[in-house]
Write a protein that binds this ligand. Structure first.
Ligand code: NAD
Length: 443
């Protein structure tokens, strides 16, 4: 895999993308003939005292997720799948070294995951593969009776978002989006502040995935083998959920409000072509690639209740990491990077530190497992808090925090921004993946 010719591999990826979306299209067509499913919002998990997991995709992300989940008591990892046998083998060796039972391995080609999801001893399948594989793998898992948890973004077309919703409803299996940023210390602290009314009536928010990925995009391993190809054929927000997930929580999206309309603009493409001039050999075939995705994509989203969100995506230019993470209302504002707060009348018109607020607003999950989360360290601890909380939901037999309607709505700005940019920044409508059930507030 690591020695692949990039152009040939791009052709393969596009062929696979075609197959993947064809699969989802077929699934949609099949579901269209069935009555719309009963909602899975609030549907509890079956109670389990031990939670049995299978993993598909043991690259950078899959490996770190295995570390987080395997650190949780009562988790059993029974099966691992990756097309690269050494990656699955290395993860297995790590588990055995840590005193865990040896998981079964699946590494015989692109579709060996179908054998993993067909096992009858898994409660949840975790999917951390390149984006084009998320939907076919999630659909296969649910159709085999497994709950699935999918890396971000869950889907990259609107048809695929619907395929996830239709299949989750038809199979009564959850499709969870593994949006770790929803579990960050600041995000959970701020969510508590919002719910306590500290910022008054919320009117707007801003969020982003602004992360200089140039080195990773041109790497000869890991994401460099697939992620840059998304820049060839798509122009929009390729990775919306890290910023949008936490903001969706602040704004009660799918639980009293919903994303309604989006307009989007993309800047020119300049930074990837400039970077490769000085970082790749003159004869490298990647010098001939033509990128369509503008360096910066910026979208405006209006919710059904009239709230406004700005959403940015920029993985191409030199810049410090920034998810913005701003929420504001009639009584104050929070914004991140660095974290700062202003509450009406409290700081003489200057932002202040969030430290004095921590004792009152720290989220209970962080109070409970924050020390362990920091010790494991994945993305500052948010990865462990997410993993622990998902396993707790299964053990307690309650609904997951993030369900298929969230996975679809948070992923949808990808294809919708492409559509808006292609249409001269025309407004485009979000589908109502909840089928009008969004008006019901969270219980
Ligand atoms: N939430 C986060 O913070 C975060 C961070 C990094 C990546 N991600 C997401 O995780 C996913 C994986 O990213 P990554 O960085 O681990 O990429 P990666 O390239 O390192 O890993 C992907 C793995 O999937 C394997 N794979 C590809 N096709 C397969 C198939 N048909 N069957 C089985 N295995 C297959 C590859 O061999 C590879 O090991 C992506 O969706 C990415 O967006 C999320």
């Amino acid at each position: 895999m690591d020695d692949q010719d990039p152009i040939a591999s791009r052709r393969d990826m596009l062929r696979l993308a075609g197959l993947a979306s064809l699969g989802a299209g077929l699934a949609r067509a099949a579901q269209d003939t069935a009555p719309a499913g009963e909602s899975v919002a609030g549907m509890p998990f079956e109670v389990r005292s031990k939670v049995r997991l299978g993993f598909i995709g043991i690259g950078g992300r899959g490996t770190s997720l295995i570390e987080e989940f395997s650190a949780i008591p009562d988790v059993e990892i029974l099966a691992l799948c990756d097309v690269v046998a050494e990656k699955a083998g290395k993860a297995k060796a790590g588990l055995v070294k840590a005193g865990k039972p040896a998981p079964a391995l699946y590494h015989n080609g692109d579709h060996d995951y179908e054998k993993l999801v067909a096992r009858d001893d898994l409660d949840l399948v975790i999917i951390a593969t390149p984006w084009i594989w998320h939907v076919p793998m999630a659909l296969a898992g649910m159709k085999h009776g497994k709950h699935v948890a999918v890396e971000v973004p869950a889907a990259r077309t609107i048809d695929d978002c619907w395929a996830l919703v239709d299949t989750s409803e038809a199979t009564r299996r959850h499709c969870i989006q593994l949006e770790n940023c929803c579990y960050g210390y600041n995000e959970m602290l701020v969510w508590n502040m919002v719910r306590a009314g500290l910022f008054g009536e919320i009117t707007h928010a801003a969020c982003a995935y602004n992360h200089d990925l140039r080195e990773i995009l041109f790497s000869n391993e890991g994401e460099g083998l697939w992620r840059r190809f998304e820049h060839l054929d798509r122009n929009g927000n390729l990775y919306p959920t890290h910023g949008l997930g936490p903001v969706a929580h602040y704004l009660d999206i799918n639980r009293g409000d919903r994303f309604d309309t989006l307009v989007s603009m993309s800047s020119p493409v300049a930074s990837l072509p400039e970077y490769r001039k000085t970082h790749l050999a003159a004869g490298d075939p990647r010098q001939k690639e033509i990128y369509r995705c503008g360096d910066l994509n910026i979208s405006l989203i209006r919710t059904a209740r009239g709230k406004v969100i700005t959403l940015e995506h920029n993985t191409s230019t030199p810049q410090p990491y920034d998810r913005i993470n701003l929420v504001a209302g009639t009584k104050g504002i929070f914004r991140d990077y660095p974290p700062r707060i202003y509450v009406d009348g409290s700081h003489d018109e200057a932002f202040g530190s969030i430290d004095p607020y921590k004792a009152r607003f720290e989220h209970a999950y962080w109070t409970k497992v924050g020390a362990m989360a920091k010790q494991l360290g994945g993305h500052g601890g948010m990865d462990f808090v997410m993993a622990w909380r998902l396993i707790e939901c299964i053990k307690q037999g309650v609904a997951p925090d993030i369900d298929v309607y969230d996975a679809a709505a948070w992923s949808a700005p990808g294809p919708l921004s492409e559509q808006s940019v292609a249409g001269g920044s025309a407004p485009v409508k979000f589908p109502d993946f909840t089928r009008h059930r969004w008006q019901k507030a969270a219980g």
